[in-house]
Design a protein around this ligand. Structure first.
Ligand SMILES: C[S@@+](CC[C@H](N)C(=O)[O-])C[C@H]1O[C@@H](n2cnc3c(N)ncnc32)[C@H](O)[C@@H]1O
Length: 245
C-alpha cells in the first residue's frame, strides 16, 4: 500500500495554497512551450489526483496517459476527469515508476513526459536509475522530460542546515528534514501541508519523500540512457498571484 492511499483527494487542498500557485506558475512556464505542436502525446508520471493531467490537456496535449502507483490518487484523478471536457483525451493506468514499463502502444511513444513531484520518491541512486529508465523506455527520441523536484544542490546537508522551514510554512507547505541518507546521498524529509483557512474541512496532511543530491539525478539520467541536454531551472517567484498565507 502506498502512503498516498491515506491521502487521496485531501491532496487537492495543496493546490489552493500560495505554494501550490507558485508550483503551477513555474510548471506551466516550463512545460507549455513543448505543447504547441499539432500532435503531442504526453505521459504524466505520478499523476496524483490528475490536477496537471487535466491542465496538460488544456495547455495543448493531444493525449495524456496518466500513471500513479496509488489506488486512492487514481480514484481522485478519474473523478476529476469524468466531468472534464478533456475526458476523451486521457487514459489512466496504475503503475509503479520504479518498475520500468512501456505505457504506450510501443516503446518510446511519448513526445513529452511530465513528472511533477515524481523523482523525489526514489530513495537512492538505484531507484533514481529505475525511474529514469521508465522515462527512457517511454520518451520518443528528441522528446522532453519536464520534472519538478527538490532544490538541486550538491551539499544537501548544508542546504538543510540553512533551510528555514518556518518561512516556507507561510506558503502552506513545510519541509521537515529528518534522517541523513547513507553515503551523503541526501535526506529523508517529511512534507507537512497546512491547508489555508479558506479550504472548508481541510486537514493537515503529511507524507515522506527524499531530497537527493544534484549529481545523483544527473548521473542516473545518463546511466538510464538519456544522453541529450539536461537543464535545471530556477523557481520563479515573480508571479503576482503569489502571496504568503
Ligand atoms: C506529491 S504527489 C504529486 C501528484 C501530481 N503530480 C501533482 O503534482 O498534483 C506524488 C504522487 O506520486 C505518486 N508516486 C509516488 N511514487 C510513485 C511511483 N513509484 N510510481 C508512480 N507513482 C508514484 C504518489 O502516489 C502521488 O500520487
Amino acid at each position: 500500500m502506498s502512503q498516498y492511499d491515506n491521502i487521496g483527494v485531501k491532496y487537492d487542498a495543496v493546490k489552493s495554497t500560495p505554494w501550490g500557485r507558485l508550483e503551477l506558475f513555474n510548471f506551466k512556464k516550463h512545460v507549455q512551450p513543448f505543447l504547441s505542436k499539432p500532435q503531442t502525446n504526453v505521459l504524466d508520471l505520478g499523476c496524483g489526483t490528475g490536477f496537471y493531467t487535466e491542465l496538460l490537456a488544456e495547455w495543448g496535449a493531444t493525449t495524456v496517459t496518466a500513471v500513479d502507483v496509488s489506488t486512492a490518487m487514481l480514484v481522485g484523478a478519474k473523478a476529476r476527469l469524468r466531468n472534464s471536457r478533456y475526458t476523451s483525451q486521457v487514459e489512466f493506468v496504475q503503475g509503479d515508476g520504479l518498475k520500468p514499463t512501456v505505457y504506450g502502444p510501443k516503446p518510446q511513444s511519448y513526445d513529452l513526459i511530465a513528472g511533477v513531484w515524481f523523482l523525489n520518491y526514489a530513495k537512492d541512486f538505484k531507484e533514481l536509475v529505475c525511474m529514469f529508465s521508465t522515462i527512457r523506455k517511454n520518451l520518443k527520441p528528441g522528446g522532453v522530460f519536464v520534472g519538478v523536484c527538490m532544490h538541486p544542490v550538491e551539499d544537501v546537508y548544508n542546504f538543510v542546515v540553512h533551510h528555514n522551514s518556518k518561512v516556507w510554512a507561510m506558503t502552506g507547505l513545510e519541509d521537515i528534514y529528518q534522517d541523513r541518507l547513507p553515503g551523503d546521498a541526501g535526506f529523508v524529509f517529511k512534507a507537512v501541508f497546512h491547508p489555508p483557512k479558506s479550504v472548508k474541512f481541510g486537514q493537515t496532511i503529511e507524507f515522506e519523500a527524499y531530497h537527493l543530491k544534484k549529481s545523483l539525478y544527473e548521473a542516473a539520467a545518463r546511466l538510464a540512457g538519456l544522453q541529450s541536454k539536461l537543464e535545471w531551472q530556477h523557481c520563479d517567484f515573480s508571479d503576482t498571484n503569489f502571496r504568503y498565507l
